[in-house]
Design a protein around this ligand. Structure first.
Ligand code: AHR
Length: 495
């Protein structure tokens, strides 16, 4: 049955902050080391130690913001260990992630250099769990103070004359768990205290982000908003899409059964409920929506690839992940009045990555391709699109078969993105377009799809899943008819 949508391009519904397409890179497994940092002496082509291929790939998706150094790692990271001559830097144990030696070769200077190469904003997460107020305060001074001061002088000694522009700063990570196992009342007080010393020097204006709730811990949001709202610019939220159970078996990234496809879609769609419910609490204390909801960890989390270090969280990435990414973006667009930034976990070689590397080889995941296709929505105006989707049925349960979103850029081009999450059936969508005259000539499209639920790219076959031109649409009297194959993500451009 044909599903109906009404697109009204004259009805603008807020701006889609490009930071919704943000990223996260932690000192975890092979994300920073190998995935990004290979060192200046590496045979892998690099610029000052940073992989050229990865930088180029991330620039191609217009990466807007990058969160670092964690995650759980952030609350045991002592930034002073990661500056100064590399050979003299302290070696520590990364107790959270695999118990491996962390040589601190990638520190503040290297991260800021990476952001400069990527032309993206840095988002640094400070240590509340095991660090002091002084340590956090001095880090900000080190990075952003221009004049004469102990930390600014030290930065200059270490080769960076000018202060960096630091845009986003997180005061701790998951402080209800790996960041200190705190109660919200206690963390809220600590947040107020630590953030006091995250100072704005020399015109640098830091957007302060408080550590937010885990999934549906609404009490955490309530307490943080009630006690500390006036001290924050953003409040975070973490939610991962896990088909199984965290501790007993999350499910495999490839070779999974049909029911795991369905439940993955269902759990991805749960993000909408979480945003609504946390958002309602935020609205109570911040009806003007001054405070951004910052979903700084999201994405799929499966069992690690067989034979890999369980602490490295390395997983393959399939067309299923691409659909999960698409659904999330549609939900984030729907809530673009509150959701100001999100950071998928994680950029390279960890969880739902954009990029996988093996030595000098690099491949793009299906998720990467969705980020690339959707960059047309960055900073665009969300426009009204009402969808009446038919049911995607499985084992007595139903989900909406399609999900749509639309935006209009500065040139007036309208982009409509559509996901067909059904693993078996085509979807036909009729879009009644108001406020824009269309013909077959001014509509173009691209599609990402596959004929197997776990289709993915490998180091041997890096182009199994990649976007191609899409033209299964026609302009009819009743609007634009689009026919999507199962398991597909389509982006249409109209002008
Ligand atoms: O992204 C992996 C981990 O997931 C992060 O370190 C932590 O914040 C979360 O639990």
């Amino acid at each position: 049955m044909k599903q109906q949508a009404i697109l009204n391009v004259d009805v603008e519904q807020g701006k889609i902050n490009k930071n919704i397409y943000g990223h996260f890179a932690e000192h975890l497994g092979r994300c920073i080391y190998e995935g990004i940092w290979v060192g200046e002496d590496s045979p892998i082509p690099n610029t000052n130690g940073i992989r050229n291929d990865v930088v180029e790939a991330l620039k191609n998706i217009n990466i807007p913001v990058l969160r670092w150094p964690g995650g759980c790692f952030a609350d045991e990271y002592h930034w002073k260990d990661g500056v100064g001559p590399r050979e003299e830097r302290k070696r520590m144990v990364n107790t959270h992630w695999g118990g491996v030696v962390e040589n601190n070769h990638f520190g503040t200077h290297e991260f800021m250099m990476l952001c400069e190469m990527l032309e993206c904003e840095p988002y640094i997460c400070g240590n509340v769990g095991s660090g002091t107020v002084q340590e956090m305060s001095e880090w900000v001074e080190y990075m952003t103070f221009k004049g004469e001061s102990p930390m600014a002088n030290w930065r200059r000694e270490n080769g960076q004359e000018e202060p960096w522009k630091l845009t986003y700063f997180g005061v701790g990570n998951e402080n209800w768990g790996c960041g200190g196992n705190m109660r919200p009342e206690y963390y809220s007080d600590l947040y107020r205290r630590y953030q006091t010393y995250v100072r704005n020097y020399d015109g640098n204006k830091i957007y302060k982000i408080a550590g937010g709730a885990n999934v549906d811990d609404y009490n955490w949001t309530e307490v943080l908003m009630r006690e500390s709202a006036r001290y924050m610019d953003g409040l975070s939220l973490h939610y991962y899409t896990v088909p199984g159970e965290f501790w007993t078996g999350k499910g495999a990234a490839t070779g999974f059964p049909e029911d795991e496809w369905f439940v993955t879609m269902k759990k991805a769609l749960h993000m909408d409920t979480l945003i609504r419910k946390h958002g309602t609490i935020m609205d109570k204390y911040d009806p003007e929506k001054r405070i951004g909801m910052i979903i700084d960890e999201w994405g799929t989390w499966f069992d690690v690839e067989p034979g890999t270090n369980p602490g490295f969280l390395y997983q393959q990435n399939t067309i299923r992940d691409a659909l999960v990414a698409g659904l999330h973006f549609h939900i984030f667009h729907d809530h673009c009045d509150r959701v100001q930034m999100t950071n998928i976990a994680q950029t390279v070689n960890v969880l739902q990555s954009m990029i996988l590397t093996e030595g000098e080889k690099m491949i793009f995941t299906p998720t990467y391709h969705v980020f690339e296709m959707y960059k047309v929505h960055h900073d665009a105006k969300r426009v009204a699109l009402d969808t009446k989707a038919t049911d995607y049925k499985f084992n007595g349960e139903t989900l909406p078969q399609v999900s749509l979103t639309a935006s209009k850029n500065e040139e007036g081009t309208v982009h409509v993105s559509i996901c067909n999450i059904d693993h078996e059936n085509d979807a036909e969508v009729n879009i009644d377009i108001r406020g824009l005259a269309i013909s077959n000539a001014n509509v173009s499209g691209r599609i990402l799809t596959a004929d197997k639920m776990d289709a993915h790219n490998s180091f041997e076959h890096g182009e199994n899943v990649k976007p191609v031109e899409f033209n299964a649409f026609s302009v009819e009297e009743e609007g634009l008819n689009v026919k999507l194959p199962p398991m597909s993500v389509v982006v249409l451009a109209m002008n």
